[in-house]
Design a protein. Structure first.
Length: 315
């Protein structure tokens, strides 16, 4: 029927699904920030396994699936969600700062300043700087003017393309020992280019700190990650990754540290409310065939495009 909206959240609640309202009309979205943008009101998260049907008679809710353990994607807090969203009652921005603080406790380093890899590394870098007692500085500037429709670049400039999007802030980092904070390393190519850029701008030392554990496994639960053989953390140990990226030191937050930042004493695989399979390899939801995920949901496409943009920006 084309006069009703049906929304279903997966039984384990891996992906977020939010219900909102605007002028009496119900709205379903993946993140609360989408409600803010259109001036809608947040009502609630859909329950895991809940199905709602909205039509002109109102809304009915049902639970057509067998109850299943909660396995909310922990990577949403690290990277996927926007920082101005609230997921499962937790503000993403605060979660990212807390992860940064844990990272500083676990992997301190003598340095002069802390710089985020913009934009997704910003809240974690703020948390790291706060806990480490180091200045937080924008050592890499993202050019938000490139690509605006009222600026029509010539073909030559377009050819330079994405390199214009990020630039090292030489005045801030020249001669300094820099802690670079990013949310994750996937293939490592982006990180290597960023490090090259920071070194070329005269940084005395570059220490990379990552606000997630090593991404060593692919996701089969709705995120279009590369195959496992393409993941740097699958094919390299920590020392090899450090060499590949070209940093003076490299450290990731631990799985327990990530859980602590989200308010749990430590990771408890049996009882954890989160999926962390891309870090731990523990696929709590059974994979029923070799290629279980159609890699074409709109959310995966958006996330893939965000990741591609991130990669492209450094090319
Ligand atoms: S495998 Fe990773 S990205 Fe996929 S749902 Fe689990 S935590 Fe999230």
């Amino acid at each position: 029927m084309d006069d009703q909206l049906i929304a279903v959240r997966d039984p384990n609640g891996v992906r977020p699904l939010i219900l909102g309202e605007l002028h009496g009309a119900k709205i379903v979205t993946s993140e609360t920030c989408a409600l803010d943008i259109i001036g809608a009101t947040f009502i609630r998260d859909l329950d895991h396994g809940e199905m709602i049907i909205i039509n002109q008679n109102g809304m009915i809710s049902s639970r057509p699936f067998k109850p299943a353990p909660s396995k909310f994607c922990i990577f949403e807090y690290v990277y996927f969600a926007r920082p101005d969203s609230i997921l499962e009652t937790k503000p993403v921005y605060s979660a990212r700062k807390a992860i940064g603080r844990e990272l500083a406790k676990e992997a301190p380093v003598e340095a002069d300043l802390v710089c985020p890899v913009p934009d997704s590394g910003v809240p974690a870098a703020m948390g790291y700087a706060e806990a480490a007692g180091l200045p937080f500085e924008l050592g890499i500037i993202r050019n938000h003017y490139v690509g605006r429709t009222f600026i029509q670049p010539t073909d030559n400039i377009r050819h330079l393309g994405v390199k214009l999007k990020h630039n090292a802030n030489r005045a801030m980092i020249e001669g300094k020992r820099v802690v670079l904070v990013d949310d994750s390393i996937v293939r490592g190519t982006t990180s290597r280019k960023i490090v090259d850029m920071v070194r070329a701008a005269g940084a005395a030392e570059v220490h990379m700190r990552i606000s997630s554990p090593p991404t060593a496994h692919s996701c089969y639960y709705g995120i279009d990650t590369p195959e496992q053989k393409e993941l740097l953390a699958h094919t390299h140990n920590l020392d090899e990754m450090k060499e590949f990226i070209g940093v003076d030191s490299l450290a990731y937050v631990s799985l327990d540290g990530l859980y602590r930042a989200l308010g749990e004493a430590k990771r408890n695989n049996e009882q954890s409310q989160y999926c962390d399979a891309c870090f731990s390899g523990d696929y709590a939801i059974e994979l029923t065939d070799q290629n279980p995920m159609p890699k074409s949901t709109s959310r995966s496409k958006i996330l893939r495009s965000r990741e591609n943009n991130k990669l492209a920006e450094q090319r």
